[in-house]
Design a binder for this molecule. Structure first.
Ligand code: GLC
Length: 727
């Protein structure tokens, strides 16, 4: 964290009146607080989100300003970034986001979103990175550093354990201490201790009985005391429910979605409690210190206030960076006949079938919505990539019924805090039109589109199906009910495969879908997360072989929902209370333990080339202070015919331990590019944290002496080499 002049903070604090202080600790508009003009203290401007800088809203009306000055670079999602397993790209992407945020005059960008993808149904999975805390930590740190280089604060979110959307404002999330420390906290701990995230967002949900934004155990004990955090804690929008509790805990700023700003919990209601002596003004002073420290760090005030970065947005460099991340965030799951050959396609016809071939996604998803300068769809990307010697044709393939037309609020966020009853009342007053289509009309339109698609498939030489999900499913505020592909895509895929067994299937989605009805039959299968402004161009580059895919799944793709720990152990998607009974068994940790074969495992991803792993050499180094480090090195060779990137993954298995431990856990990884025939040595240094577990009795991470097996692989289940070390 950038050190600032604490005396300066005290000086300014002394000058502030109580009213001026209160103005600084709650929203005075949907996305900014009030400044103190008299003292040259500006408002604090925040903006969403992890995939780019959101468009401008009016201060107190959920209506977009709607000018033409807030088009931006639409970045690949945090899922796409996680699938790159590339720390440099994480930094680059963060840097772009920071420059764009500063360019738009923002002080805080409300990202990255790093909640654990505990299961496949969470509506916001598309915004988050992974099921694994190590992968999250290793990418979050460079991302935040990149953001903050532009004198903009990252706001890592949502702290903590906000891993479902169902009843997200009120659900009491029950997680045991060890699971929090080993699974749900590490990403946030790395964000504040290693990356120095200037701000952090308190989550909506309750954690073990208390709302996160009023939770002394979480904010005062874990964040402020254990992790020594001196940054600024901002509530999620409507995450505060009580004045006294929020005032007396470590939260600094209350934001929300209603326009009664002076009635916010930390506004007049707090003023009353201070005036009647129930709460001391010192509780406010603590918050002001953190806010002034943030403003000094961002050069908003103080001696450097004339040296603040200007930022920039919509630059070619930003679009280049977005393309690189998109290319490395697309994962090749199966392959028989890819890449396509331009030569073979000369004079031929290629069919792109499926709504996601042509659909634009940037403007959806909830608070992550982006007004993209443009968005290249797969269809456009392929036409750009093939040029005029191949006819690229399109058929929607399946029908997407019109969603109920909401004729009231311009933004879902206006009603996002309402309970079911309040919403019903609000709709009754303001009216909501159910979609005007009858079931028969939908079936007729589905039949027609499918017939057209099957006919086109028969006529064309090559077929690329692009289906999956969209922001009707990958969306804030709700969870999916199942993992099924919507709109009858399964039947369409099966019928297309009968006609074109070698067709390519692209699943364009923010979270895993159930593929088991056709995954065994398909030859070429690609997973594409929401990949930003040039996503379709990245996909085309991969399908045409200009780019060798190097993505690795950042989460398990289970065969079906019934295989998941959510279903078998629970709980997920419950209202009122959700207990993480699965504990440490999140993602591959569960499937490994239970011996359940997923459709595609954590860390899986193919290449157009192949890699050979040489033998490992391992040395245990003991330091003078007695700490032990395991040094590993091995050679990797590109044994194929094209240049490619491989992510070497390092898992640790504790052979004997006094407590339960997952079969293996990711503890490091390295991504390296190799030319055909090239061999390089890759080395890893594993500190004690790679072998430790959290001891609830000791209230600390401990390493028990004994044997550990180190497994090195190209995925969590494609282990190439292993070695046993004794600590
Ligand atoms: C939303 C989201 C949060 C977002 C904030 C502001 O409800 O939970 O991620 O940054 O409110 O839009």
């Amino acid at each position: 964290m950038r050190k600032v002049d604490e005396n300066k903070i005290e000086e300014i604090l002394k000058e502030l009146t109580l009213d001026e202080k209160l103005d600084m600790i709650h929203g005075n508009a949907f996305f900014h607080t009030k400044g103190v003009e008299r003292l040259g203290i500006p408002p604090l401007y925040t903006s969403d989100g992890p995939m780019g800088v959101r468009y401008e809203y009016h201060d107190a009306n959920w209506v977009p300003v709607g000018l033409s000055d807030d088009y931006v670079t639409y970045l690949p999602s945090n899922t796409a970034l996680a699938a790159t397993w590339n720390r440099e790209l994480a930094y680059e992407t963060g840097k772009v986001l920071g420059e764009e945020a500063r360019g738009r005059g923002k002080d805080v960008i409300l990202g990255p979103g790093i909640n654990i993808k505990r299961g496949p149904l969470c509506g916001r999975n598309f915004e988050y990175m992974s099921e694994d805390p190590k992968l999250i930590s290793e990418l979050t740190v460079p991302f935040i550093k990149g953001v903050q280089e532009s004198d903009v604060a990252a706001c890592v979110k949502h702290f903590a354990a906000n891993s479902q959307e169902t009843d997200r404002l009120m659900v009491d999330t029950i997680v045991d201490e060890r699971t929090l420390q080993e699974i749900y906290f590490p990403g946030f701990k790395a964000a504040v201790r290693e990356a120095g995230s200037y701000t952090i967002m308190g989550a909506y949900n309750k954690l073990n009985g208390e709302h996160c934004c009023e939770n002394k155990e979480l904010l005062d004990k874990v964040l402020r005391s254990d992790w020594e955090y001196d940054g600024t804690i901002i509530s999620d929008w409507g995450g505060v429910h009580r004045t006294k509790e929020a005032a007396e805990c470590a939260l600094d700023i209350e934001m929300s979605v209603t326009d009664n700003f002076d009635e916010y919990y930390l506004a007049n209601p707090l003023k009353k409690l201070i005036e009647n002596g129930e709460i001391s003004e010192e509780t406010v002073n603590k918050k002001i210190r953190n806010i002034l420290r943030l403003m000094l760090r961002l050069k908003m005030i103080g001696d450097d206030a004339d040296k603040r970065a200007a930022g920039s947005f919509n630059t070619p460099e930003h679009r280049e960076a977005a393309l690189k991340t998109a290319q490395e965030g697309i994962t090749l799951l199966k392959n028989k006949t890819l890449p396509l050959s331009r030569k073979k396609l000369y004079g031929k016809r290629i069919a792109v079938i499926g709504q996601n071939g042509a659909k634009i996604h940037s403007n959806g998803g909830g608070s992550a919505e982006i007004k993209a300068l443009f968005e290249i769809s797969p269809l456009l990307g392929l036409k750009m990539g093939l040029g005029g010697n191949t006819k690229v044709e399109y058929a929607g393939g399946y029908y997407i019924p019109m969603p109920p037309q909401q004729k009231f609020a311009t933004s879902w966020q206006e009603t996002s805090l309402m309970s079911k009853e309040e919403l019903k009342e609000f709709c009754a007053k303001n009216g909501t039109l159910e979609s005007g289509e009858t079931k028969e009309q939908i079936e007729e339109r589905t039949r027609k589109l499918k017939a057209e698609a099957l006919k086109l498939a028969e006529e064309c030489d090559e077929v690329i199906f692009v289906g999956g999900l969209n922001h009707d499913f990958d969306v804030e505020g709700g969870d999916r009910k199942d993992m099924k592909l919507p709109y009858n895509q399964d039947e369409l895929i099966l019928e297309l495969l009968e006609r074109k067994p070698d067709m390519t299937v692209v699943i364009f989605a923010g979270s895993p879908v159930d593929m088991h009805r056709w995954a065994g039959k398909v030859s070429n299968l690609v997973y594409m997360p929401y990949s930003g402004i040039r996503g379709g161009e990245a996909l085309a580059g991969i399908l045409l072989g200009d780019v060798n895919p190097s993505g690795k799944l950042p989460e398990t793709f289970p065969k079906c929902y019934e295989d998941t720990p959510m279903f078998r152990i629970g709980e997920f998607g419950t209202e009122g209370r959700v207990e993480f009974k699965d504990g440490l068994k999140v993602g591959y940790r569960y499937y490994d333990d239970e011996g359940i074969e997923p459709e595609f495992c954590f860390g899986h991803g193919l290449s157009y080339t192949s890699f050979e792993y040489g033998d490992i050499t391992a040395n245990v180094i003991k330091s003078a202070e007695g700490t032990q480090t395991v040094q590993l090195s091995m050679s990797i060779t590109n044994t194929g015919a094209v240049i490619g990137k491989e992510t070497v993954q390092v898992y640790v298995a504790d052979k004997e331990c006094s407590v339960y431990r997952p079969k293996k856990e990711l503890k490091d990884f390295a991504k390296l590019e190799l030319k055909p025939g090239e061999t390089r040595t890759v080395s890893f240094k594993l500190g004690e944290d790679a072998f430790s577990f959290y001891s609830v009795s000791n209230k600390a991470f401990v390493t028990e002496p004994g044997e550990f097996e180190i497994l090195i692989g190209s995925s969590s289940r494609d282990i190439r080499k292993s070695v046993v070390v004794t600590l």
